[in-house]
Design a protein around this ligand. Sequence first.
Ligand SMILES: Cc1ncc(C[n+]2csc(CCOP(=O)(O)OP(=O)(O)O)c2C)c(N)n1
Ligand code: SF4
Ligand SMILES: [Mg+2]
Length: 290
Amino acid sequence: MSPDVNKLTVKDYKTDLKPVWCPGCGDYGVLNALYRAMAELQLEPWNTVVLSGIGCSSRLPGYVATYGFNSIHGRALALATGVKTARPELHVIAVGGDGDGMAIGGNHFMHSCRRNLDVTYILMDNEIYGLTKGQTAPTTPTGDKTKSSYYGNPEPAVDPVELAISVGATWVARGYSGDMKTLTKLITQAIEHKGFAFLNVISPCVTFRGDHQFKEIKEKLRYLPEDHDATDRTAALRYVREKDVVTTGVLYRVEEPTLGDRLEHIRMVAQGDGEPPTTQEIINHFMPLS
Ligand SMILES: Cc1ncc(C[n+]2csc(CCOP(=O)(O)OP(=O)(O)O)c2C)c(N)n1
Ligand code: SF4
Ligand SMILES: [Mg+2]
């Protein structure tokens, strides 16, 4: 059988830019898994947008041959909200780091989750600010020494997965950049999900967290058991809160109306019988008397 010349392959999703990440950086694993997931789904590059903020991880849109924007720090999801609302037919994928998403962008994260914005958000969590050379991030474990916490990080860390489940994301998973096979499957499922799909990828920064990270994380890794009920929020949170173990897989998944569905509903109600609504009808709709 002759090969299908119209089929997109991993090569078709690569740009001419060579990634400038340090040798051994976990972000290479995320990028490669994303290429594979896109090829698996035959995602049309001309109907796909990859958005990011600022950080080492946020360089990723430049390496993917879709529309894209390496924007400003913490604002990947603000952009994603605008793009998806204006062009609901596009696949919108936001990416970035733990500093970008949990510190300066924490506000956008929370509200994107609760609105159930129909986008995929991949957080490359290295527990540090990599680009600015190793300061403490919201995901840095308590007590760890960094460039900005010589005596150890005095703050409790946030778990992005726990936060996402708590504030209303409808698909939440944890992956590891050193496990290409599982990560590719997770990214594929995240893109397929209708609603806010949040994938937290443990993606070591070998330069500012040390290259021992890969070994340490590997020892803690577990897969979710096959009988895990992903619609059970309490069960999902139990796995998230485990000590000394890192469980990967789809922890939580439910179907809910998206922000786009709700906006479309409002549009239809406002249009009524096709005639533009009168001012009084608009007032009655938004401020009913009873
Ligand atoms: C408004 C603003 N504040 C601060 C910075 C400086 N800055 C750039 S990237 C970054 C943090 C990067 O960390 P993270 O998002 O975890 O990405 P990583 O480099 O680790 O992949 C900071 C603080 C900035 N560019 N803009
Ligand atoms: S500094 Fe860290 S996060 Fe940035 S490219 Fe190097 S290894 Fe990766
Ligand atoms: Mg980081």
